[in-house]
Design a binder for this molecule. Structure first.
Ligand code: Z3D
Length: 600
């Protein structure tokens, strides 16, 4: 019980009543708001308290009133790690007395008694008032910049060779690094690089039996050569790996590794830790699944194991092993098929000593499950982007991601394709579809990625109605001509350059869709400070689309009849526009999108 009269409610940002942290990057302000009020007419005062987790003292910042009893203040974390914040408030008797005296004086009333009372209050100060502090404090997890803004390229190292039928090595991938760097990517993501099992090894096109010489799926981890902390001998040695990471970093590329917690029947863990697997009454272990997908070449780990904590620690140590080899970005395979509390523990454990670590959640599952993984600590998340293709679907989905509280904890990473997902839209739309999906991914989301082959518009499915590639690299080595005519590599390089030059594209919070009179066109902008980028995109690769798009003149400080120049950053073309509504024409034969800035 307390006679405190002030109420503090609805602090934002706050995820699940403070159960999980919100997310920010270093140097990004945390703008804190709260409802603060009291009964009657007394004046309330409040301050924001913030501190780095582990620091002894709160830092105090005054809060300012907005409207409707809402207050605001901000702080800017200067380092990575967790920060705590809360709001402290009190009924401010002195401020109340001063306000009332001023009112009475203005009305010509006698204030002599009030002045005496005011003196007493001045002597008592804040100490004389009952201060309320919201408990528990809220948490914000502060990551490095790349957590928010990153451009990913995925390739299979074993396909990096130059001779047909030869297994590419890490040295071969080194030779391809300049190609990836020249396209402007900053994260190079590799599917698992570990030894691949032999038992139940899959053959080409997901065949349940393999032919001699078939390399198997890299996700079928573990053989007599080792498990999650070993390098597939066909790729090289751990020393080769270290050098590869080093060479990549000189080219501005960070390596992201795929961490897939599962085991081929030949994985050392199957023998050394039988208790980490679920055995059926006949002693066998059932293969893994992610319905409707069947992974006949791997065993799932059993998070119900009696030795669950031993398992947790071993999995954590896999991350620590690769961190010791210079990798701090991890794409985590099917995290929704592992215990959520394991992720919460594991990611926190790792970030305590390595706050620079970034975890991308590969979960294409129910929205709540994806969101929970983000709350549990995943830095970035794959999304449904591949399956949102019409303008209306994109508008609705992006509004959910960037315009609701989801944005406080889930950072989307828009992959335009993956080795598992070649969407029908790309299969049927050909090069124009690849062009527009690239521009959309790269301008709608601050983090995006492509899987190699995208730049040469690879679009042949294994069979009609399937999203799997024909002759998928998941089961065989593939050679390609990266210099073929029609490659999108220049467009990709330009788009990545635009992303680097325009801070507006390095965040998602300010995304706005603007009006157009053609439903097949998508017309949107992002802004940050003085930087503002507009995008017009044709979402129907088979058809020319034209129509009128509305420029928010007032927001830009332009008068209704003003004329101004819009410049397409993709090809430096300039157009003179006038007033709010202007005409665009996007013909697949010429271009699928404009990325505009306004020049005055
Ligand atoms: C995906 C992985 C590949 C093949 C399967 C094969 C399996 C194990 C999957 C399991 C998770 C994730 C990966 N979505 O490629 O599946 O497609 O046929 O059974 O080897 O690996 O790790 O992206």
């Amino acid at each position: 019980m307390s006679k405190a009269r002030v109420v503090i409610e609805n602090i934002t940002p706050q995820v699940d009543c403070g159960r999980f942290p919100a997310k920010r990057v270093v140097g990004e302000a945390v703008i804190v708001e709260a409802d603060v009020f009291t009964d009657g007419h007394d004046v309330v005062s409040c301050v924001l308290l913030h501190r780095r987790d582990g620091a002894a003292e709160w830092v105090e910042a005054p809060m300012s009133p907005l409207h409707n009893d809402r207050w605001i203040a901000r702080f800017t974390p200067t380092g990575m790690g967790r920060y705590l914040y809360t709001v402290r408030a009190w009924v401010d008797h002195l401020a109340t007395s001063r306000r009332d005296i001023a009112k009475k004086q203005a009305a010509g009333q006698d204030v002599s008694v009030d002045l005496l009372r005011n003196k007493q209050l001045e002597k008592a100060g804040v100490d004389g008032e009952i201060v309320v502090q919201h408990e528990p404090p809220c948490i914000v997890e502060v990551d490095r910049e790349r957590a928010r803004f990153s451009s990913w390229y995925e390739l299979f190292p074993r396909s990096a060779g130059t001779k047909l039928g030869e297994h590419g090595t890490l040295k071969d991938v080194e030779a391809r690094l300049p190609y990836v760097a020249a396209m402007g990517f900053d994260v190079l993501y590799l599917p698992p690089v570990h030894p691949i099992g032999r038992t139940h090894r899959k053959g080409r096109n997901n065949a349940l039996t393999c032919e001699p010489g078939d390399p198997g799926s890299p996700w079928a981890i573990g053989s007599e050569a080792g498990g999650h902390t070993a390098v597939e001998p066909g790729l090289g040695t751990i020393e080769d790996f270290d050098r590869f990471v080093e060479t990549a970093s000189h080219l501005g590329l960070e390596i992201a590794l795929d961490i897939a917690f599962q085991a081929s029947p030949d994985h050392p863990w199957v023998r050394e830790h039988p208790e980490w697997f679920k055995h059926r009454p006949d002693g066998s272990i059932k293969y893994a699944e992610n319905p409707p997908k069947k992974y006949q070449d791997i065993y799932p780990l059993d998070f119900d194991s009696r030795d669950w904590f031993g398992l947790w620690q071993a999995l954590r140590d896999v991350f620590l092993f690769w961190i010791a080899h210079g990798v701090t970005i991890f794409r985590v395979d099917n995290p929704h098929t592992k215990a959520f509390r394991f992720w919460e523990w594991c990611i926190a454990e790792i970030k305590r000593d390595h706050p620079e670590a970034i975890f991308l959640s590969e979960a294409f599952t129910r929205p709540k499950v994806m969101q929970h993984l983000a709350k549990a600590g995943f830095t970035q998340s794959y999304t449904y982007f591949t399956w949102r293709n019409s303008a209306a679907e994109l508008r609705e989905y992006l509004t959910e991601l960037t315009g609701t509280e989801v944005r406080e904890y889930m950072r989307p990473n828009f992959f335009a394709n993956t080795p598992d997902i070649l969407h029908e839209y790309l299969q049927q739309g050909g090069r124009p579809a690849f062009e527009v999906r690239l521009v959309l991914a790269a301008t709608l989301a601050a983090s995006y990625g492509i899987y190699s082959g995208y730049e040469v518009s690879e679009n042949v499915p294994v069979r009609q109605g399937s999203e799997e590639y024909l002759d998928s690299e998941k089961y065989q080595i593939k050679l390609r001509d990266w210099n073929q005519a029609g490659s999108l590599k220049e467009l990709i390089a330009r788009v990545n350059e635009i992303r680097r030059e325009h801070p507006a594209l390095q965040q998602n919070d300010t995304l706005q869709f603007h009006a157009t009179d053609n439903d097949a066109l998508l017309w949107y902008s992002k802004s940050l400070g003085d930087d503002r980028v507009f995008v017009a995109a044709n979402t129907t690769p088979g058809w020319m689309q034209h129509g009128w798009v509305e420029v928010p003149l007032a927001e830009l400080g332009l008068l209704p009849g003003a004329s101004y120049v819009v410049e397409d950053l993709l090809d430096d073309t300039r157009y003179t526009w006038r007033g709010g509504w202007n005409y665009v024409r996007l013909d697949p034969a010429e271009r699928m999108a404009h990325i505009f800035v306004i020049r005055r």
